[in-house]
Design a protein around this ligand. Sequence first.
Ligand SMILES: [Zn+2]
Length: 239
Amino acid sequence: MEIRFQQANPGNYLPASRGKGQIRYLVIHFTANDGDTAKNNADYFKNTNVSTSAHYFVDEKEVWQSVRDADVAWHCGTRGTYFHPYCRNGNSIGIELCSRMKNGQYYFQPGTVENAVQLVRMLMKKYGIAPDCVVRHYDVTHKNCPAPFVENAAAWKDFQRKLTEEVDDMTADEVKNLIAQSKTVYNTVSSVPDWGRATVEKLARKGWLKGEGSATGLNLPEEVLRVLVINDRAGIYGD
Ligand SMILES: [Zn+2]
């Protein structure tokens, strides 16, 4: 995934040159805004000295980095009580998800959650961080952050599940068998259901999925589509 970088105002973070082993936790936050973008936040923390920061900002389209991983951002500190025994600013990376509001309730757009999953999976791999070291700001200080994952425990569980979802790496023979057994076959992009359409459009755009317009069309069985979508969610096909 592509990550854009715009350095935060020097007053908003601590240059630290942390080594890989010193980054142990990923802390998830929400911006508590309605309609902001990742770039809005990167601009704000560049232009404004507020003695607070996060490493990454995520919206449904983009990821912007504001503080380098090796530097310490001020995102989960408190003068009050810590409810997590180990996670602190000094050993964590802060990730802010842009929020939206409806009927007085904050929520995340599905694309924002998907982008955050991709970013977190990438950072888990890079720093060898276990799934249970991906925490909410709430888990560190009991602040209601990120509200959509604190007020809705099932949404947080779902996010955690996506961090460890297996990427399906079937053999060619297994794929052939699936095709042979398959009942539903999609032959046009427009016949693909909503949950798979973006993936199919992406693969067609990149020229990896051909057949549209030919006699047989896409000839894409539903089980294969399912695997393509899982791989796409795992970031295998890029942007
Ligand atoms: Zn927070």
